[in-house]
Design a protein around this ligand. Structure first.
Ligand SMILES: NC(=O)c1ccc[n+]([C@@H]2O[C@H](COP(=O)([O-])OP(=O)(O)OC[C@H]3O[C@@H](n4cnc5c(N)ncnc54)[C@H](O)[C@@H]3O)[C@@H](O)[C@H]2O)c1
Ligand SMILES: O=C(O)[C@H](O)COP(=O)(O)O
Length: 409
């Protein structure tokens, strides 16, 4: 088993938001025994108090990692987002504190696409309303406003991992797929990229949103865009709650301008399963409301638990940062018999020469050295003989521009 400078039994992991037990099992199997796993997200002040002693933090979409949280996280080495989205993390603050962030970019793609397709079929048949009525004792047997999915036009906004997967599944059911993306994308199957959002909205029977939370996607579907949709169309949002103006959607549904909607993500979501869900969409029978469970399947969660825990272990054990969302990416080999110095610094001229001066002045022989940069961040990894590492680490920490340094052996 690889060792780290800090004994593994002293490295503390905090996992929030009900991360799948596969993560804990993997961490234990790799020798990390100090793992605390909690079921919900923590309010900022509680999180700040708790994070002070934590080396690795695991979260999902609910935990807000603000600059102020990173300020309080003196020992934090890395964050694992056990999900796709990383909009809940201030990535600039993470980088400024030398904290690497990892996520699971593909593990729940299929789960979201399947949910959206299922909801599309149910909404086209008016099932949510008919089911709600049946629960109240009403028998709404009618073909009015009930349609097959075959031949309908699906408009996908954001043709990334989820949008593209949905496109393939939808075509298998006989749908015609249009998509809008800010990037020109190779269409899969017979899908077609349209000129702009307006064209997609006016041509689609179902519009499904799959964009990340960004300043450019905030409230991108408001009253004007909903008015541009076909009368009787369906809107599905399983992306982020800030993408749709929820009051405008509620108004269109109440007025019967849309046939229905399915919403999985909300501008404000309860922090835990014990908190109340409040939304203007509550009580509308033609709306499927789900508690942000697009990616919540046993398959996806078990895979995500393993994938992200593995990334954290690799970074902890040997410094590898492959697929990090904010760090320079370095795929590092093993370093048997040598000590490995990891140095995170501001990417400005002169830092590398200062670092190598430290080794030259101490007469330290460098066995291997790897450098990667990304934006303002530089990451240099140097393997040296064991005898010189303690002194070298001390000196490296004093190099101007240093953000963080540690040693692995
Ligand atoms: N409901 C859930 O449980 C759940 C699960 C997984 C992901 N998500 C959300 O879904 C989002 C999409 O996931 P993904 O894996 O497909 O991401 P992705 O990065 O693979 O794809 C996003 C696509 O959106 C496009 N895009 C960005 N800005 C756009 C804009 N203004 N207009 C049009 N297109 C734009 C990008 O170019 C990209 O092709 C995630 O960021 C996350 O927020 C939700
Ligand atoms: O970004 C994601 O992967 C989804 O929003 C799922 O988030 P969750 O892990 O909090 O369910």
């Amino acid at each position: 088993m690889t060792r780290t400078s800090l004994d593994k039994s002293r490295i503390r992991f905090l996992l929030l938001e009900g991360i799948h037990p596969s993560a804990v099992e993997l961490l234990h199997a790799q020798g990390y025994t100090q793992v605390e796993a909690l079921s919900g997200a923590l309010p900022e002040e509680e999180l700040k108090a708790k994070i002070a002693d934590v080396h690795f933090l695991g979260i999902r979409s609910r935990t807000q990692l603000t600059a102020s949280v990173f300020e309080a996280a003196n020992k934090l080495v890395a964050v694992g987002a056990f999900c796709i989205g990383t909009n809940q993390i201030d990535l600039l603050a993470a980088s400024a504190h030398g904290v690497a962030v990892f996520n699971a970019p593909y593990s729940n793609t299929r789960s979201v696409a399947e949910l959206v397709l299922g909801e599309s079929i149910l909404l086209l048949r008016g099932v949510p309303g008919k089911s709600a009525a049946a629960h109240r004792g009403q028998w709404l047997k009618t073909a009015d406003n009930a349609f097959e999915i075959r031949g309908k036009v699906l408009g996908i906004v954001g043709y990334g991992s989820i949008g593209a997967q949905l496109s393939v599944l939808a075509e298998a059911l006989g749908m015609q797929v249009l998509f809008h993306d800010v990037v020109t994308k190779l269409p899969l199957g017979n899908a077609r990229q349209v000129r702009d959002l307006e064209e997609l909205l006016s041509a689609s029977d179902i519009v499904s949103l799959h964009v990340p939370e960004l300043p450019s996607t905030q409230w991108m579907i408001g009253a004007r865009q909903i008015a541009a949709m076909k009368p009787g169309a369906i809107l599905i949002n399983a992306s982020r709650g800030t993408v749709v103006e929820i009051d405008a959607l509620a108004a269109a549904l109440k007025e019967g301008r849309l046939l229905g909607a399915a919403v999985d993500v909300f501008p404000v979501e309860p922090r835990t399963n014990k908190d109340e869900f409040v939304s203007p969409l509550r009580g509308l029978d033609n709306v499927i409301l789900t508690p942000h469970i697009g990616g919540s399947t046993m398959e996806a969660q078990a895979n995500i638990g393993l994938e992200v825990a593995q990334k954290l272990v690799k970074y902890s054990d040997n410094g590898t940062t492959t697929t990090s969302v904010n760090f320079p990416e370095a795929a590092l080999p093993a370093h048997p018999g040598q000590h490995r110095l990891l140095h995170v610094h501001r990417n400005v001229p002169g830092v590398m020469s200062e670092i190598n001066k430290v080794f030259a002045e101490a007469g330290t022989n460098i066995c291997a050295q790897y450098l990667q940069t990304r934006g303002d961040l530089g990451y240099v990894v140097t393997d040296i003989e064991a005898a010189s590492s303690e002194r070298a680490l001390e000196k490296l920490a004093q190099v101007p521009g240093t953000i963080r340094s540690r040693v692995l052996f």
